[in-house]
Design a protein. Sequence first.
Length: 676
Amino acid sequence: MAEVKKAKAEKEAKVADPVAASIDPATQQMLRRAQELGIDTVWDRAVTMKQCNIGLQGICCKNCAMGPCRLPLPKGGIEGEDTRKGLCGATPNTIAARNFIRMIAGGAAAHSDHGRSVAEVFLSVARKETEDYKIKDPQKLMAMAPHLGVETTVEVDGETKDRDLDEIALEVAEKAMAEWGKPDGELEYLKRAPKPLYEKWVKAGVRPRNIDREIVEIMHRTHMGVDQDYKNLIKQGTRAALADGWGGSMLATDLQDVMFGTPYPLQSEANLGIMKEDHVNIIVHGHEPVLSEMIVAAAASKEMIDYAKTKGAKGIQLGGICCTANEILQRHGVPPAGTFLQQELAIITGACDAMVVDVQCVFQNLANVAKCFHTKLITTHPIARMEQNNVEHIEFDEHHAMDDAKRIVKMAIDNFTNRGAEVMIPRQKATQIAGFGVESIQYHLGGTFRGNYFTLNDNIINGRIRGIGGVVGCNNARTRHNEAHIAVVKELIKNDVIVLTTGCNGIACAMEGLLTPETAGVYCGPGLAEVCETVGIPPVLHMGSCVDNSRILLAATEVVNAGGLGKDISDLPAAGSAPEWMSEKAISIGQYFVASGVYTVFGVGLPVQGAPVFQDYLFNELENVYGGKWDLVVDPIEHAQAMIAHIDKKRKALGIDKARERVLMDMADRMKLESA
Ligand code: SF4
Ligand code: MSK
């Protein structure tokens, strides 16, 4: 009997505790259901799969077949000289720096290859090779063209005239494509940064030459026996990261806005409760909006809705996971069904008729989960297929984009009648306002007649807004789902720090109901609440997907340009955060934020802890070069407080700390003053 009890306890211990796994009741409910059905999810696998402590600290090298060489920190720490070395003599600093910048290469490649795909579609549009995509926002095209060195006017007989839009589009497309592989020069967008920042990059010798080259060079330098100086290695990491933030990602964002429309605030919902039992549910997941834009159009077409009705459905409900969700949310109001960690759960509802995936952050286990239900799992990207035989591959091509999208939507509709009896959709969903960007912040905080960043700056200078927090990034199954995201953001807004969010943090905040103007009165400090209530914006502004972190860089640049808050991004009372990061893209984003002058705090852990000298270089010395630096603070309240301390330090340096002290007088102080 005792044996049976023990076996049972062990068996039970091998699955995750739903309440410990997530703060979200919908997630907990679906996790319980998965366990009842005997389907494992990422959280259960996190219980059974132990992490390697040496890999976690960044000090395992497998860059050649004499390794893996593992250099654990001695028990009790290092006394005297650090004598650890691999077979070739590589030090912990070299190994950790090589691993770190290989992560940057992976992240920068993912973002930038996404950007390249968008640029290729845009080139097809400019060449008029596709009917399905158009230039939706010519103003954005005109705004981005000069940054690529493309003229928007032409002199004719001494008169300045607007250039033909088609001509501009073609030149922009060609110039954009060249950013990935031009033989000379530097990335065109670098000069969009504040001048002092650009000059720092010149001085440090880190201006990216072209996007592909910087990524390839990381792979060369980190090959066995090449670069063996952690400072020189991170310099190359910086080049590749800047090629991501001020290159591939920024081009992706701009060209997506030109083709699909620049986002403006709109209302939507978030969480698994957006799925509908009586509708055909299609979940799009991944990152590139090129296909999902077409799916949105196809699913909204009368032809497809009528077809869905012939199958007994009331309509078609689209939803998203990860950043494809954010892309179609910000432009069309399509609601996200959840964050990165909820992808398996969307299928476990039993109501997902098709899950359509493209690239990045897609679990291979989706195929195993889909086998347990009627869900069609469809891969669409030539570079991202799955080995399991229940996965359909419909390769998407911009030349017949709408046909592909209709085929996929039709497949989902046809599958509606195959649903099993057991559908369980959690009730939870929250309202959100999303779709903020550089342009809409300008409009909202500047007003119709004063469309600029002066009002935002005024409110920072007078202390109503203490500073700006960019809180972004993934979920990580090694930490409680969404807990740190929400705790960090709530602590920031409570302390009058306005939050700009992207990626899965944006979805987490939406699920928690933090993306509504009404939130301000509940969670914000008095200064931020007053601004949000006056202007009618949420205290947390959802700026889009992972590539849209470039919007945060440009918003920060606009704040610098509006004046009164220093001359560079590093002067601003601002800080960055990724409380639950997991992807290589997060490391690339972190490095380009740091190299753009931002104090950037990560949660979870960083794979540099086993190389204290390299870690110190990232956490302290980089600040002397770029004005920004890395930090690691796992506890979410301490994490937010570290950001606030940095913001206060910058306020003091700007001489605006006194203004804030005045603003934060409480009622007793006021009464004292009045009676004096
Ligand atoms: Fe070991 Fe050096 Fe080979 Fe890395 S490159 S696995 S440290 S011998
Ligand atoms: S999707 S990279 S889990 S934010 Fe962009 Fe979310 Fe991180 Fe993927």
